[in-house]
Design a protein around this ligand. Structure first.
Ligand SMILES: Cc1cc2nc3c(=O)[nH]c(=O)nc-3n(C[C@H](O)[C@H](O)[C@H](O)COP(=O)(O)OP(=O)(O)OC[C@H]3O[C@@H](n4cnc5c(N)ncnc54)[C@H](O)[C@@H]3O)c2cc1C
Ligand code: SF4
Length: 351
């Protein structure tokens, strides 16, 4: 019975209130959105809940709207809708670009923004069948007591590998969350950057992080005019994966920048798939006012490399992924600052 799921009761609430009350009645229950990640993980017995609360019938969680100077996106909005929605394309092109690169078309049609942001962390020793994990004495994150990536330690390095979070970090997104009755009850708003914990076990609620047990993600909010196309900000999302048609990122980089008269006014970058949480590249403020030249590109690469810490959690070689952080920074700059494309290409030819 290696592949049998742990038996659970499936609940079908029709409102947020009902969903929260079901979560309160059944501590440890998991929410099911599109199911594109959760169902796979249940089959592998990475989670063994007794209760699962389907969000499919809660229409108030769907949709994209522009209201009160903010763009809001319901948690149940599908990734496919995000990639094609006129408001997202106009105001959040980096998010639209990242969404268009999530998995393949069928998964984008089922998978939701909420599920993408709450994605369980991934590791080559964890995303395996129960049989495989059992044969390897399991691991710290589930059922075992050793980390196969860093055996001496007590930290889990499993990576957050969603594509939308880095894009949303580049827009300073906030999340509206609602907790079930009890100590986590009520609604609160947190910056997306505060939603994740440092250890790879945050995603299953075993480590401190912003996420609290039983909390439901309601919507994502972005301030305007920060995301207004008139503001002059430009951006892109670059992704490294094994098969371009479907795979999770081995590395992802969201970039937004504002430039004027050959100088950088401001830049934001965020990485995915190289740390247990999506990470804003730190310290980029110091580059404001610098001339857009190759020396600046090298400094950006250094900062990104300091932030991204690829470990042996993915199929691609660690040193290769580390090198590719810099390569994706170059690629992003080539797209956003076309006048640097030729000098960068020339330098690569000479290297
Ligand atoms: C072959 C394959 C390739 C994939 N490639 C990619 C990829 O390239 N990029 C990528 O980002 N993802 C990828 N995925 C993962 C997944 O398809 C997407 O991340 C998708 O957006 C997940 O959304 P979902 O609605 O299906 O989440 P679910 O599977 O329903 O849920 C995922 C997790 O989020 C929790 N959750 C869901 N909604 C909420 C909510 N509103 N509040 C609180 N918790 C919630 C669930 O409890 C669960 O823990 C891939 C999956 C597969 C199977
Ligand atoms: S990083 Fe270590 S503890 Fe975490 S899932 Fe991988 S092997 Fe397990």
């Amino acid at each position: 019975m290696t592949y049998a799921m742990h038996p659970f009761t499936l609940h079908h609430p029709r409102s947020v209130e009902e969903a929260l009350s079901m979560a309160a009645d059944h501590p440890g229950a998991l929410y099911l959105a599109g199911g594109t990640d959760l169902m796979v993980n249940l089959r592998k017995r990475l989670h063994e809940p007794h209760h699962v609360v389907s969000l499919a019938g809660i229409d108030e969680l769907r949709g994209v709207a522009l209201e009160g100077g903010q763009l809001t996106i319901g948690a149940l909005t599908t990734i496919g809708e995000l990639a094609n929605h006129p408001l997202v394309l106009e105001h959040l092109p980096v998010l639209a670009g990242a969404a268009a690169l999530v998995a393949g078309p069928t998964l984008r049609g089922m998978g939701t923004l909420g599920g993408n942001l709450c994605l369980d962390t991934r590791c080559r020793y964890y995303n395996q069948s129960h049989f495989w994990r059992q044969a390897n004495d399991f691991c710290l994150k589930k059922d075992g007591d050793v980390c196969h990536v860093a055996p001496g330690g007590s930290f889990c390095w499993a990576t957050y590998s969603g594509d939308t979070a880095p894009a949303l970090l580049a827009y300073d997104a906030e999340l509206d969350l609602a907790g079930p009755e009890g100590e986590n009850s009520g609604e609160r708003t947190v910056a997306l950057n505060d939603f994740y914990g440092p250890d790879g076990r945050w995603s299953i609620g075993e480590e401190p992080g912003g996420r609290r047990p039983g909390e439901l993600l309601l919507r994502v909010r972005m301030p305007l005019p920060e995301s207004d196309p008139e503001s002059g900000w430009e951006g892109c999302y670059e992704k490294l994966r094994v098969r371009d048609s479907i795979d999770f990122p081995q590395l992802g980089l969201a970039t937004r920048l504002l430039r004027r008269d050959g100088k950088l006014e401001a830049i934001r970058m965020a990485l995915t798939a190289v740390n247990p949480r999506p990470m804003v590249v730190a310290g980029l403020e110091e580059f404001s006012g610098r001339v857009l030249d190759l020396a600046l590109v090298d400094d950006l690469k250094r900062k990104a490399n300091k932030t991204g810490k690829p470990m042996r959690t993915a199929v691609a070689d660690t040193a290769y992924r580390r090198t590719m952080i810099g390569a994706l920074v170059e690629k992003a700059i080539e797209r956003l600052v076309p006048e640097l494309a030729e000098p960068l290409a020339e330098r690569r030819r000479l290297d």
